[in-house]
Design a protein around this ligand. Structure first.
Ligand code: DQA
Length: 147
């Protein structure tokens, strides 16, 4: 099983960015955590972070026929991007949406997610562990007949 893990804008600033909300661990630590989780779960993974909406759209398109699942933290694009929603719908790859913080308990503008409309599951407020939970979920629901 191959999973693409996508992180959106400003997540590369983890550790520096609003530590009271996002914690004091760095983005490099998050990537190491995701790679280690995938290794333990025996799932192949590829990681990509971008601050650009179009680059995320392109990576989702390129995942078609290559990846069996997507884990995405679209960051601020969660709440604005019809383009990312459409890309996820276009490829039809099972996708779990992850947020470090509990977006349902934050500002009203964070409480709507376009990406949720295409995701099979949303995990929020679990910090780094949410990414591992997402991979576990995709593995448990993996249907090799789809690949
Ligand atoms: C986030 C929540 C978003 O509202 C915010 O714009 C982010 C990070 C999270 O992981 O909690 O950049 O996706």
């Amino acid at each position: 099983m191959k999973i693409l893990v996508l992180n959106g804008p400003n997540l590369n600033m983890l550790g520096v960015r609003e530590p009271a909300i996002y914690g004091d661990r760095s983005f490099a630590a998050l990537e190491a955590f995701i790679r280690e989780s995938c290794r333990e779960l025996e799932v192949a993974c590829e990681l990509f972070q971008s601050n650009h909406e179009g680059e995320l759209v392109t990576r989702i398109q390129q995942a078609y026929g290559v990846f069996d699942g997507i884990v995405i933290n679209p960051a601020a694009y969660t709440h604005t991007s019809v383009a990312i929603l459409d890309a996820l719908k276009a490829v039809g790859i099972p996708t779990v949406e992850v947020h470090l913080s509990d977006i349902s308990a934050r500002e009203p503008f964070r409480q709507f997610s376009y990406v949720s409309l295409a995701a099979v599951k949303t995990i929020a407020g679990r910090g780094f562990d949410g990414y591992r939970d997402a991979v576990v979920y995709l593995k448990e629901h993996y249907d090799p007949a789809r690949a």
